[in-house]
Design a protein around this ligand. Structure first.
Ligand SMILES: [Mg+2]
Length: 356
């Protein structure tokens, strides 16, 4: 099998509900590129390369990166994925989202060629489904509690409260959500870098009373000393998200024990193969991990799910359900049922390209 051709197609999705606001700003939808690879033996594989400006990737930038990298795939055997990815790294530093789209499409080609689901290429599975964590956009405490109750009514047991650095309001948000959903729902927090170190310690210390299990990226991504001080100062797991943008980042985070956990996101880490490497590093270092927010098409969520079912230490809800609030998904064939996402049947990711 050799890669015969590639196509790059824009994938623009909208928000189904009201505006989506976090500490980073307000988003109106999701922009990404679909990478379609066709093999000389007839297989077709898709990958998803999102533009996420607060993580450093733009729509035009990802397009330019893909146009630079994708021609280098033509004539290569997808089963040579490690030499291929190393070649791409030599050609262009960084560009994790573009490389993730390519890595995922190569995995899909391999799975199609072998006639197996993706997880078979990633080491097999411990489980057939994962619990889904849903994200509460930043609103007033009352409105966030309302949104939380709506999600719990749909069957979700894991929620993430987005906060924005205003300590009193943020504590009130967590309090309102906890009082509304009761003690059995697992709550995590995401500050998206919005706290100073001392405010993070103050806020988290006050939130402890409301039963939070993890706080994601409390301080600036590059403030590793501040991040470590927060980790060392509070009795709650601290997780790196924006700080964990490469395998090399994660090496520093875990070797200096700067955080307790790492957010695993394919577009941040460069695809399935690099993310699996990061998971192994975390396991060796006794650092936790989660499947972080895969915001975009079902394709990204499904490919992330195939990795998640084979991770031994998955202990928190997976953030693989945000496709549910987005419109115009070109892929179908997977829905969340009772707060749980199950592996689709079929070869590769198991999804169907509908092109809608
Ligand atoms: Mg985050």
């Amino acid at each position: 099998m050799k890669v015969a051709s590639f196509d790059l197609t824009p994938c623009i999705m909208g928000n189904a509900g009201a505006e989506w606001k976090t500490a980073i700003g307000t988003r109106t939808g999701r922009e990404a590129w679909l990478v379609r690879l066709a093999a000389d033996s007839g297989e077709v594989g898709y990958g998803y390369a999102p533009a996420t400006t607060h993580l450093g990737s733009t729509f035009g930038g990802v397009e330019a990166e893909l146009k630079l990298l994708a021609p280098r795939l033509v004539g290569r055997d997808p089963f040579d994925i490690e030499p291929i990815l190393t070649d791409l790294d030599h050609r262009l530093t960084g560009a994790a989202a573009a490389k993730s789209g390519i890595d995922s499409a190569l995995h899909e080609l391999m799975a199609q060629n072998l006639g197996v689901p993706l997880y078979k290429l990633l080491g097999g599975k411990f489980r057939d489904s994962v619990p889904i964590l849903r994200i509460l956009a930043t609103k007033s405490p009352h409105q966030m509690a309302e949104d939380a109750a709506g999600l719990v009514a749909q069957g979700y047991r894991y929620l993430k409260v987005k906060v924005d650095g205003a300590v009193d309001t943020d504590v009130a948000r967590v309090k309102a959500v906890r009082e509304r959903v009761g003690p059995d729902i697992q709550l995590t927090i995401d500050a998206n870098e919005s706290y100073t170190t001392k405010d993070a310690i103050l806020a988290i210390t006050r939130m402890v009373d409301y039963g939070i299990v993890l706080v994601e990226q409390p301080v600036k991504a590059r403030d590793l000393k501040g991040l470590k001080l927060v980790t060392d100062s509070v009795p709650v797991n601290i997780e790196a998200d924006e700080s964990a943008m490469s395998v090399e980042d994660v090496h520093i985070l875990i070797s200096d024990r700067i955080v307790d956990a790492i957010s695993l996101r394919l577009p941040n880490l460069g695809g399935l193969r690099r993310t699996l490497a990061v998971a192994r590093m975390c396991e060796a270092a006794a650092i936790g991990y989660r499947m972080g927010a895969a915001v975009g098409s079902r394709l990204l969520a499904a490919q992330s799910l195939h990795l998640a079912v084979g991770l031994p230490n998955l202990t928190f809800g997976c953030e693989l359900g945000e496709f549910d609030r987005l419109t115009m998904d070109p892929f179908g064939g997977m829905e969340i049922v009772d707060g749980t996402l199950s592996l689709p049947d079929g070869i590769g990711s198991g999804l169907k390209f509908t092109g809608a």
